[in-house]
Design a protein around this ligand. Structure first.
Ligand SMILES: CC(C)(COP(=O)(O)OP(=O)(O)OC[C@H]1O[C@@H](n2cnc3c(N)ncnc32)[C@H](O)[C@@H]1OP(=O)(O)O)[C@@H](O)C(=O)NCCC(=O)NCCS
Length: 130
């Protein structure tokens, strides 16, 4: 049984949520969160692809808890699947509240698929080694 109190995957990026990232309610904008998750998945996948990747799909995104200004957001990536030209990863975004650095909660998770592309911007086969 996986431990849901701990992040799963590789820590890929960490960033502090700033006032400019808020929605009209004053909480952090969901689009900003997706953007951080997308960056994290891209960093993770370009190492696997050994080249340029683009995002083709985001699936099963769930916003579980809000993020507030000053929270530190940490994105963890784990590999789901390597296809012919695509890579799918699961991303967990965890927030540490300002002044409560010891307590982390998973705020958002979802699956993101990237495609390796060449100079011509067309999909390229991923060399899986071996
Ligand atoms: C990504 C892109 C190059 C794919 O081109 P395409 O001609 O549709 O490519 P294909 O149909 O051959 O699919 C390529 C791979 O993507 C996968 N794919 C395509 N659509 C998908 C979707 N909605 N969900 C999951 N995987 C998908 C295919 O299954 C295939 O994977 P595989 O080779 O591992 O089996 C093209 O759609 C594109 O340039 N999109 C815009 C990307 C972009 O601007 N992203 C935002 C900024 S990074």
């Amino acid at each position: 049984m996986p431990d849901s109190s701990q992040p799963h995957g590789e820590l890929t990026i960490q960033v502090v949520a700033m006032p400019r990232d808020t929605n009209p309610n004053g909480d952090i904008f969901g689009g900003w969160l997706l953007s951080q998750m997308d960056i994290a998945g891209g960093v993770f996948c370009r190492k696997i692809a050994q080249g340029r990747v683009v995002t083709v799909a985001m699936d099963s995104i769930t916003f579980k808890h809000p993020v507030f200004v000053g929270d530190t957001l940490a994105c963890y990536a784990s590999l789901i699947r390597i296809g012919r030209t695509s890579i799918t990863v699961h991303i967990e975004a965890w927030a540490s509240r300002i002044y409560e650095a010891d307590r982390r909660i998973m705020v958002t998770e979802g699956d993101i698929t990237y495609v390796k592309i060449g100079e011509d911007r067309r999909p390229q086969v991923i060399d899986r080694g071996g």
